[in-house]
Ligand binder design. Structure first.
Ligand code: PMP
Length: 916
C-alpha cells in the first residue's frame, strides 16, 4: 500500500528542537487515540520486546551482559522497576500499541522539525498503553543534552493529545529506563548468537553513554518534571502543604522573635534585590563577595532605617560562582528560599513545632556553611510532612544539636553566621521550605536551573507566609511578555528586536558577557560598542565621578574636552589634528559631508555598494544598504555607487591586481561626472565631486577586508578630481583589526576626514570627526557649529577612559591574538562543512560567509540565520550581515578571551552539524 515514507530516521537527525519533540509527542498521542478500541486476538501474544515483560526479559538475560558497569546499572534500574513500577502495573490502561517507536522507526523532516512517518509494525502488541510513549521517550533521551527535559517535551506533546493518568505518569520514566535495559540485554544475547549483525547493536553505544546519567535521576524527581510538563502540580502534596500554611498564617512564630512591621518593637525590614540585574552587584561585586556586599547592604539598610534586608524567593541570580561553568551549560540561578541579609549573630526562632531532621557544616567555599533542616507535620485529617532549611548559620548553631530533637514553636535554635564560616558569603540566613527531600540527607540545593523552575517552585514553595514576611517586601520582575507588549504599544515597530519571536531580555553586561533575566550568561561576540568590555569599572567610575561634578557643553573651556582632543589626535597621523565631537556616528558622518562640501564645487558623493553610514535623511541617501533595501527609494542623483571590494564574491571577474581592478570602478564614475560637466562648471574651476566616503573595511557590507592597495588607488583618483576622502572608522577604529589602530593604516593612506563612533566611549553617546586644519578653516565660514550633547564633559571623560583602557590593557594586540584563534577555529570548521564558503577578517573583525554551493558561491542566508539562532541557544551572540545576509559577523568586546573562543567555535560547530 505504501512504497515510501518521507523523512529520515530520528537517529540520523542532529537538530532536535523542543518543537520537534512536542509535535512528535502529539503525533504519537494521535496514534494512541487512533488505536483506542482497536483489538484483535492476534495482538494478544507473547513478545520479548513487549515492555510489559521487561522484568522477565532482563532477569533471563542479565548474565549475558559482560560489561560490569553496564550490568550494575541494569540491576539498579531493574530494582527500582520492581519496587516502584510492578505494583502499579495492574492499574494501567491497556490497548494495542506499536511497541517499538525507537529512533530508527520514527521518520522526521529535519527542516520542518516534524514527524513524517512511523515504520516497522512488527512488534505491535496488546500491552500497557503508556508503554507506547515510554518507549519513544527511551530512545529520544539517548545522547540528549538534558534527557529529562527532552522526555518532558515529548510527554507534554503526547499528554495534550492523549491525556496520561497520574498512575501512568508515575511509572513513565522508570519504564523508559527499563526499555533501554531490555535493549541492552537483548543485544547482549543476540551478539553471542550472531556476532556480525551490527543492526542489532545500533542503539548500544548511545545506551551505554546515556544510561549512567538516567540511573542517577531520583525517580520521583523525574515524575515531578513529567507532571510539570503535563500541567499538573509537580509535587502532588505541595499544593496541600501550601494551602495548609496559608490557612495557618497567624500561627507561625516570628523568625527573629519580633514580627516584621513598622510598629514600635517590630522588626524593620526592607527589600534587598539580589537579582541578576541588581545594582547591588555592580562592578565586580558578584566576584568579590562577602565584605563588599555586606558594606553595600549595610548602607542600603541604613538608608531605609531597616534592621534586616529581605528578599530573593524565586529570584534569578548570578552570584553563584558564575564563571565556574562553560557558557552554554545551564547553571543554577533561581533562588529557592528567602534571604535575611545583615544582622550577624541575630537569633532565629522556630516558626512552628519541628524535629531536627538533619544538620551539617557544609564548609566548602560558597556552600551553606552550618545548615539545619527541621521536619514539620501539618496537623489535620491527612497530615503531610514538609521541611524548613536554614543555611549560612553561625558555627555554634550546631553545638548540642541532635537529630530527632524536638524544637518547639518559638524556641531559639540558631544564629545568623558571617564570613568565612557561613560558606564565605555576605551575612545572611537562607530559609527554604522543602516538600520532598528527594533522598538528600541534608544539603538540599538552594538554587535551581531556570529550565526546571516550576518544578522547584513546587519542591520549595514560597516561605514568606511561613516566615511572616509581608507581601510588600517582594517586587516581582516584569515578565518578557509584559516587556514585549509594553514595547509593542509604545515603541515604533521598526525599532527591531533580534531573534524574531524569541527576543532576548538582558539585565546585565560584564566584560564580554551579557546576562538575561534568568541569570544565564551569553558571550557577546557581536557588540563592538562595549569596546573594552561591558560596564568596565574604570569607565564606569570615571563617568560616574564626572556626572556627579559637571556635565555640560562645548561652549565653555573645559580640560576634559581639550585633553581628549589631544589624546585622540596624538594617535592619528598628520595632518589629522582638528576634532569635532558629536553624540553619534550618524551625526559625525553628517558633519563629515558638510566638511567636504565646505570647499566649493560639486555636491556629488561616491559611496560603496551595501554601505551603511547612519540613519539620518542624508545618510540614508548615501547608504545603499538602506536606500537600496526594503522601504528604500533608491539613490538620489548626486550619489554614485561603486562596487564593494569583495575579493571573495568578485573572484571570477577580477583581472589584474585586485586593488586596481576595483578602483577602476571609481574611475568609471569620475568619467561619467566629467562627461556631465558643463562649460560653466569648467570655467568655475570647481571640483568634479565633493567626497568619496567609505568604511575602510566594510562591515555591514559583509566584514570585508579590501585589497590593501585599493584605498590608495581610489584616494589618488578622488583627490585628483578635487574630492575629499572620508574614512568611516565607526566599526573598525581603536585597534579592532589587531594589526593597526586605524583600519586606513592597513592601506598606507591618510584620509582627509576620519569619522569615529560606536566604540569610542564604550557605550556613552559620543562620536568624533577628525580632519585637517585646511578643511577645518574652510568649514569655519561664520556659521556656528554646535551639538548640545556632542563632546559633553562626561562624554569626553568616557572616551578618555575607554582610550586609556584600550592602551593600558594592550587590547589591540590581544584582539589580534584572539582573532587568530577564532580564525583558525573557523577555518577548521570550513574544512568539514561545505556550507562555509569563506572565513575572513582580522583581529576581532571577522566574518564567516555561508554559501549553498562552493563553486557558484550562491549565498545561503537562511543557513546563516539558522546559525545565528542556534548560537543563541548555545548562549553565544553573533549577527548576520552582507548584502545577501549570509555572513556571520563576529566582533564583540576587545576583551574576548581564549575560553570564549572555545565557546564560540564549539557552538558554531554544533550549529553546522545541526543544519538540516
Ligand atoms: N557608520 C557606520 C560604519 C556604522 O556602522 C554606523 C552604525 N551602525 C554608523 C555610521 C552610525 O552610527 P550611529 O548609529 O551612532 O548613528
Amino acid at each position: 500500500m505504501i512504497s515510501a515514507v518521507p523523512g529520515a530516521p530520528l537517529a540520523n537527525v542532529v537538530l532536535r528542537t523542543d518543537a520537534l519533540w512536542e509535535q512528535m509527542g502529539s503525533a504519537i498521542g494521535g496514534l494512541t487515540r487512533g488505536l483506542d478500541g482497536f483489538d484483535s486476538a492476534a495482538f494478544h501474544r507473547t513478545l520479548d520486546w513487549d515492555l510489559a515483560r521487561a522484568s522477565a526479559v532482563v532477569s533471563e538475560r542479565i548474565d549475558q551482559v559482560h560489561d560490569r558497569d553496564l550490568r550494575a546499572l541494569i540491576d539498579h534500574v531493574h530494582l527500582g522497576y520492581v519496587r516502584d513500577v510492578v505494583p502499579v502495573l495492574p492499574s494501567l490502561r491497556q490497548s494495542v500499541i506499536h511497541a517499538d517507536l525507537n529512533d530508527y522507526n520514527l521518520l522526521v523532516d529535519a527542516r520542518a522539525q516534524q514527524l513524517t512517518g512511523i515504520i516497522d509494525f512488527g512488534d505491535v502488541v496488546y500491552s500497557h498503553t503508556v508503554n507506547e510513549i515510554a518507549i519513544a521517550v527511551a530512545y529520544a533521551m539517548l545522547d540528549a543534552v538534558d534527557p529529562l527535559l527532552t522526555a518532558a517535551r515529548l510527554v507534554a506533546g503526547y499528554h495534550a493529545e492523549w491525556p496520561l493518568t497520574e498512575a501512568e505518569l508515575s511509572v513513565l520514566f522508570p519504564l523508559a529506563c527499563m526499555r533501554l535495559c531490555v535493549s541492552a540485554c537483548m543485544a547482549a544475547e543476540s551478539q553471542r548468537a550472531q556476532s556480525d549483525n551490527s543492526y542489532l547493536r545500533v542503539s548500544q553505544q548511545p545506551i551505554h553513554r546515556t544510561l549512567p546519567a538516567l540511573a542517577v535521576v531520583q525517580p520521583r524527581y523525574a515524575m515531578y518534571v513529567l507532571r510539570d510538563a503535563c500541567g499538573l502540580a509537580p509535587v502532588p502534596s505541595s499544593p496541600t502543604v501550601v494551602a495548609w500554611i496559608n490557612s495557618h498564617a497567624p500561627s507561625f512564630a516570628p523568625i527573629f522573635g519580633r514580627p516584621f512591621g513598622e510598629k514600635q518593637g517590630d522588626m524593620r525590614a526592607t527589600a534587598i534585590d539580589m537579582s541578576a540585574g541588581s545594582p547591588l552587584l555592580s562592578g565586580d561585586a558578584h566576584e568579590n563577595g562577602a565584605a563588599l556586599l555586606d558594606a553595600r547592604i549595610a548602607r542600603q539598610l541604613a538608608e531605609h532605617g531597616a534592621e534586616i534586608g529581605v528578599g530573593g524567593y524565586d529570584e534569578p541570580r548570578i552570584i553563584y560562582d558564575w564563571e565556574s561553568e562553560p557558557v552554554g551549560a545551564e547553571r543554577r540561578t533561581i533562588h529557592l528560599g528567602l534571604d535575611f541579609s545583615g544582622g550577624a549573630g541575630a537569633v532565629l526562632y522556630a516558626p512552628m513545632d519541628g524535629t531536627v531532621h538533619a544538620f551539617e557544616n557544609a564548609a566548602r567555599h560558597h556552600d551553606y556553611g552550618p545548615v539545619i533542616v527541621l521536619r514539620h507535620e501539618t496537623h489535620g485529617a491527612d497530615p503531610l510532612t514538609f521541611y524548613s532549611l536554614y543555611g549560612h548559620l553561625s558555627l555554634d548553631s550546631l553545638d548540642q544539636l541532635e537529630v530527632g530533637q524536638q524544637i518547639a514553636r518559638g524556641t531559639a535554635f540558631a544564629r545568623t553566621g558571617a564570613a568565612p564560616a557561613n560558606g564565605d558569603w555576605w551575612t545572611h540566613v537562607h530559609v527554604q521550605l522543602i516538600t520532598d527531600m528527594l533522598d538528600v540527607p541534608c544539603n538540599v540545593n538552594g538554587a535551581a536551573r531556570a529550565s526546571v523552575r516550576s518544578v522547584w517552585r513546587s519542591l520549595s514553595p514560597d516561605p514568606s507566609t511561613f516566615l511572616g514576611v509581608p507581601v510588600a517586601l517582594s517586587s516581582p520582575l516584569p515578565t518578557n511578555e509584559q516587556l514585549l507588549s509594553a514595547r509593542r504599544a509604545h515603541v515604533g515597530g521598526n525599532v527591531r528586536l533580534s531573534y524574531g519571536n524569541a527576543p532576548l531580555t538582558v539585565v546585565r553586561g560584564w566584560k564580554q558577557y551579557l546576562f538575561n533575566e534568568r541569570g544565564q550568561r551569553f558571550v557577546d561576540a557581536y557588540n563592538n560598542v562595549a569596546h573594552v568590555g561591558h560596564s568596565h569599572p574604570r569607565v564606569v567610575r570615571a563617568v560616574a565621578a564626572q556626572l556627579s561634578v559637571l556635565n555640560t557643553n562645548t561652549r565653555y573651556l573645559q580640560s576634559q574636552l581639550t585633553q581628549y582632543a589631544q589624546s585622540l589626535t596624538a594617535l592619528l597621523p598628520a595632518p589629522l589634528s582638528v576634532c569635532y565631537f558629536t553624540a553619534s556616528g550618524s551625526e559625525a558622518n553628517e558633519l563629515a559631508l558638510r566638511l567636504a562640501r565646505a570647499a566649493p564645487g560639486a555636491r556629488d558623493v561616491i559611496v560603496m555598494d551595501s554601505a551603511y553610514h547612519g540613519h539620518t535623511t542624508t545618510l540614508i541617501d548615501i547608504s545603499p544598504y538602506k536606500h537600496g533595501g526594503a522601504g528604500g527609494s533608491g539613490a538620489p542623483d548626486w550619489v554614485h555607487t561603486v562596487a564593494i571590494p569583495d575579493v571573495y564574491r568578485a573572484q571570477a571577474e577580477i583581472a589584474g591586481e585586485p586593488g586596481a581592478w576595483f578602483a577602476a570602478d571609481v574611475e568609471r564614475v569620475l568619467e561619467r561626472l566629467r562627461a556631465r560637466q558643463t562649460n560653466s562648471d569648467l570655467r568655475a574651476g570647481g571640483a568634479l565631486l565633493s567626497a568619496f566616503i567609505s568604511e575602510v573595511c566594510p562591515s555591514v557590507g559583509g566584514q570585508i577586508l579590501p585589497p590593501p592597495s585599493y584605498l590608495g588607488e581610489v584616494y589618488a583618483r578622488v583627490r585628483a578630481a578635487g574630492g575629499v576622502c572620508i574614512a568611516d572608522e565607526v566599526q573598525t577604529g581603536f585597534g579592532r583589526l589587531g594589526t593597526h589602530f586605524w583600519a586606513f593604516e592597513r592601506s598606507g593612506v591618510v584620509p582627509d576626514v576620519v569619522v569615529l563612533g560606536k566604540p569610542i566611549a564604550n557605550g556613552f553617546p559620543m562620536g568624533a570627526v577628525v580632519t585637517t586644519p585646511a578643511i577645518a578653516r574652510a568649514f569655519d565660514n561664520g556659521m556656528e557649529y554646535f551639538s548640545t550633547f556632542g563632546g559633553s564633559t562626561a562624554a569626553c571623560v568616557a572616551a578618555q577612559a575607554t582610550l586609556d583602557v584600550t592602551l593600558d590593557e594592550g587590547l589591540q594586540q590581544h584582539a589580534l591574538q584572539v582573532g587568530a584563534e577564532l580564525l583558525s577555529g573557523f577555518r577548521a570548521l570550513a574544512e568539514q562543512h561545505e556550507v562555509v564558503g569563506d572565513v575572513r577578517g582580522s583581529g576581532l573583525f571577522l566574518g564567516v560567509e555561508l554559501v549553498k554551493d562552493r563553486l557558484t558561491r550562491e549565498p545561503a542566508p537562511d543557513e546563516a540565520s539558522f546559525v545565528v539562532a542556534r548560537l543563541r541557544e548555545q548562549q553565544v551572540l553573533v549577527g548576520t550581515d552582507g548584502p545577501h545576509h549570509n555572513v556571520i559577523k563576529v566582533r564583540g568586546p576587545m576583551c574576548l578571551g581564549s575560553a570564549d573562543v572555545e565557546s564560540i567555535v564549539r557552538a558554531l560547530a554544533g550549529a553546522l552539524r545541526e543544519m538540516p
